[in-house]
Write a protein that binds this ligand. Structure first.
Ligand code: ZN
Length: 187
């Protein structure tokens, strides 16, 4: 039986989606990756193609938690030498092998890419770290943490203005609006 993904924000790019396995509910930090069942829920709702999704297990859970911690550290402290080296330690666990495919691939430009990891089981965590690197290349200044003080969610600001402040208007945007309203009433 598959439980519904309980998280408030879904659909962000994969590395941010991994960070969003942490969220706050009724004032308490929740963690979808606390259990192997939670890992299965996360895999099912992630953007990882179904054919590439590994089975959820305790080892994968620990590796995902380690990767999440490393990404979160560089996202929060981009200049931290420790954060950068912990992130690089994850990246050092694998590489992308680029080859010319054995036969021409329609629409794929003849290229064949595969992920090679030193230790089996790191494919998905490594890919997430690698994807974060791509995200930094393309849109480092659009990786944001929700500005609500009681929110820990991350998103890629794809708005035209680049002024998005909240994980979602319906959650934190409205909470902030209500708080401003309340303050005005109290003045
Ligand atoms: Zn928020």
């Amino acid at each position: 039986m598959r439980r519904v993904d309980p998280r408030p924000l879904l659909g962000e790019p994969l590395p941010l989606d991994l960070l969003n396995t942490h969220w706050i509910e009724r004032g308490e930090l929740q963690d979808l990756l606390e259990t192997v069942d939670g890992v299965a829920i996360w895999l099912a709702s992630s953007s990882i193609p179904a054919a590439e999704r590994p089975a959820a297990g305790e080892e994968l859970r620990l590796r995902l938690c380690e990767t999440r911690e490393a990404i979160q550290a560089v996202a929060e402290h981009p200049a931290s030498v420790d954060a950068r080296s912990a992130f690089n330690a994850i990246l050092a666990r694998g590489h992308r092998r680029r080859r010319l495919a054995e036969a021409p691939q329609p629409g794929a430009g003849g290229r064949s890419l595969s992920t090679v990891v030193a230790e089996p089981g790191w494919e998905v965590p490594w890919t997430i770290a690698d994807t974060y690197l791509d995200l930094l290349d393309r849109s480092a200044d659009r990786i944001r943490r929700c500005q609500h003080p009681e929110c820990v969610l991350w998103y890629l600001d794809t708005s035209k203005s680049g002024n998005r402040r909240w994980c979602s208007m319906s959650i934190c945007g409205n909470r902030a609006k209500a708080a401003r309203h309340y303050r005005r009433q109290a003045d």
